[in-house]
Design a protein around this ligand. Structure first.
Ligand SMILES: [Zn+2]
Length: 387
């Protein structure tokens, strides 16, 4: 970016985009202690060393710098003042202010992982002043279907498919967290019926052995393949977690390039594969989006966590990936600060990166504005068939 910053026209146009956040979770409207708040501004679920704080991170600095003013504080007020102001306003008002300030037209909400105090779909629409649509998690539907079998795994595959079709009548997409449950190094082919029956029986026995309080988590790679292929059969865009996430994910096994075989085998089905997050493999994801007509990507989640470095990640996401294949997402989960920052940091990064290309003479300002609007909203409207 030159000294003058991005052209004012581009800055204004990017600021005015009514964004479609194509992968986001509900916001929490609950009072949070300092400890609880700090646990929610990191992807780590482990404690920090004594004498350090989560506020000393790119995301922590961004919360104080950018969210403070939305709550009526000076920019970069100290963390204790920020948390006091949060309490003073109340969690519902904090959520309303931050969600409104994000400038969102539509939220595509993953409802697969919830906690107490989270807003429901209608409350999210109300607080954000936006449209909402649901994305259904394949693993959640499978976990309900195995339990619905009256203690038997017989007919699991059929029960799962019926439940998936019923659960998604008004959904705009489905989502796979196979990266969390096994890794993306799966056999890309659809599993045979006999393999599925064997794997479902094994899962059922595990559930029985764990007892009524035990976890019900689908982790068998055969079943995860069944879920992914059922998602393709359902015909809605299939979101797939790749790259960065909490330590439950083995980052080495979440490289989207591991999905190359699946991309090959699903291409003729023409069902969009939406690679989520991708960082630090967003260049690999960009290659897949370049190579395969049905592959798309976002760099959500990372943008919040890299904060002032968001422009670097956004720039790298715009190398090989065709611009019609890149989508905006916040991947916010919990504090509405994450919903706001996802939008704000994306706008700053996008205006900065595209603006630098205008200033260097590589791009026309009209192209920069058009591409920003595609990534911010139009691509998602087309792929998810939003009104
Ligand atoms: Zn997510």
């Amino acid at each position: 970016m030159g000294d003058a910053g991005p052209p004012a026209e581009l800055d204004a146009a990017v600021g005015a985009i009514a964004l479609v956040d194509h992968h986001v979770h509900p916001a929490l409207a609950a009072e949070l202690s300092r400890g609880e708040f700090e646990e929610l501004i990191t992807e780590s679920d482990r404690p920090v060393p004594p004498g350090t704080t989560r506020f000393d991170s790119q995301l922590g600095v961004a919360v104080r710098r950018w969210c403070g003013p939305v709550l009526g504080l000076p920019a970069s007020a100290p963390a204790p003042a920020y948390l006091d102001r949060r309490r003073e306003l109340g969690a519902a008002e904090v959520a309303r202010r931050l969600l409104r300030a994000a400038g969102l037209a539509h939220l595509l909400i993953d409802t697969g992982y919830l906690r107490d105090g989270m807003l429901g779909l209608a409350a999210m629409a109300e607080a954000a002043g936006s449209g909402v649509a649901e994305v259904v998690r394949l693993e959640s539907v499978a976990e309900q279907a195995i339990v619905a079998g009256d203690g038997s795994a017989a007919g699991f595959a059929e029960r799962f498919r019926a439940a998936l079709w019923e659960r998604t009548t008004s959904a705009c997409g489905v989502k796979s967290i196979a990266a969390y449950r096994f890794g993306l190094d799966l056999d890309p082919r659809p599993p045979a019926a006999a393999e599925v029956a064997g794997a479902a029986g094994g899962w059922r026995r595990q559930i029985d052995a764990a007892g009524p309080a035990g976890p019900i988590r689908v982790t068998d790679p055969v079943l995860l393949r069944l879920l992914l292929w059922a998602g393709v059969d359902r015909g809605l865009p299939v979101q797939i977690h790749t790259g960065f996430g909490d330590p439950d994910v083995d980052l080495r096994r979440s490289d989207p390039l591991l999905l190359r075989g699946f991309c090959e085998l699903t291409q003729e089905r023409a069902v969009p594969l939406m690679l989520l997050h991708c960082y630090p493999y967003h260049r690999q994801a960009g290659y897949l989006a370049h190579a395969y007509p049905h592959v798309y990507l976002d760099v959500g989640l990372a943008i919040n966590h890299v904060g002032a470095r968001a422009a670097a990640v956004v720039a790298e996401s715009l190398e090989l990936a065709p611009f019609g294949k890149v989508l905006f997402s916040s991947d916010a989960w919990g504090p509405p600060e994450l919903h706001y920052l996802g939008a704000l940091l994306w706008r700053r990064a996008t205006a900065g990166v595209l603006g630098s290309w205008v200033e260097s003479g590589d791009w026309a300002v009209a192209d920069a504005i058009r591409v920003a609007e595609m990534i911010g909203a139009r691509n998602a409207r087309r792929v998810y068939r939003l009104p």
